[in-house]
Design a protein around this ligand. Structure first.
Ligand code: AMP
Length: 220
């Protein structure tokens, strides 16, 4: 079965950054539920409108909406060899739905990488985060600054801050994560799929370690 590699971790743990690097390294699509929601929102689709308030408040979008959206994405032909899931599943109901969906599509959860970062570090990281408009490349004012302030190193486009990276919303997103997602860690640990990763390592060291681990399991 083609593997889906799941990245778990609080907002700010580095899931998106690592998912992008692993996607390039393993040649598998990066499937970010947060990016999918933001795309739908920007395109003003019905789903985007239904999700808008939840995103603004830092709350989880209801499971049926989220599961349907991810089902559509994983059913696309580029996912036949698997993919890197970033931000999904976040609840036990989503994990159960993913198992069912995987059976239908011939994919299954391979490894679940839990990226661990202390809460104080998470808040610091999110508050300084900048994203490029054209390609979604990630920067941080202090930890990973662009060469020219306000512009992306890779494509020169302008950088912006996410609405939900503001201080009050950040705190809520971390709390929601801890409440809803922590049971998933135990669930995947019990299944023997969990890998605990040190999210306070440098971006390069962490992705090198994860890349070595996952490339043994990816189907070439
Ligand atoms: P992220 O980019 O992963 O931090 O997600 C941004 C926002 O999208 C979250 O705060 C939620 O409102 C929504 N979201 C993303 N993934 C999920 C999910 N698996 N379940 C429910 N809501 C989600």
């Amino acid at each position: 079965m083609a593997p889906l590699f799941v990245l778990l971790g609080a907002p700010g743990a580095g899931k998106g950054t690592q998912a992008k690097r692993l996607s390039g390294l393993l040649g598998l699509p990066h499937i970010s539920s947060g990016d999918l929601f933001r795309d739908k929102l920007a395109a003003k689709t019905e789903l985007g409108r239904a999700a808008e308030g939840y995103l603004a408040r830092g709350e989880l979008v209801p499971d049926d909406v989220t599961i349907g959206m991810v089902r559509d994405r994983i059913s696309q032909p580029d996912c036949v060899r698997g993919g890197i899931l970033d931000g999904f599943p976040r609840t036990m109901a989503q994990a159960a739905a993913l198992d069912v969906l995987g059976k239908q599509l011939g994919v299954s959860v391979g490894r679940v990488i839990y990226i661990m970062v202390r809460e104080a570090v998470l808040v610091d990281r999110l508050a300084g985060r900048w994203i490029c408009k054209a390609g979604g490349h990630l920067y941080h004012g202090r930890f990973n600054p662009p060469k020219r302030a306000g512009f992306c190193d890779l494509d020169g486009s302008q950088l912006y801050q996410r609405e939900d990276d503001k201080a009050e919303t950040v705190a809520r997103r971390i709390r929601v994560y801890l409440e809803q997602t922590t049971p998933l860690i135990e669930h995947y640990r019990a299944k023997g799929l969990l890998v605990e990763a040190d999210g306070e390592l440098s971006i390069e060291d962490l992705s090198a370690g994860l890349g070595t681990l996952l490339s043994r399991e990816a189907i070439r």
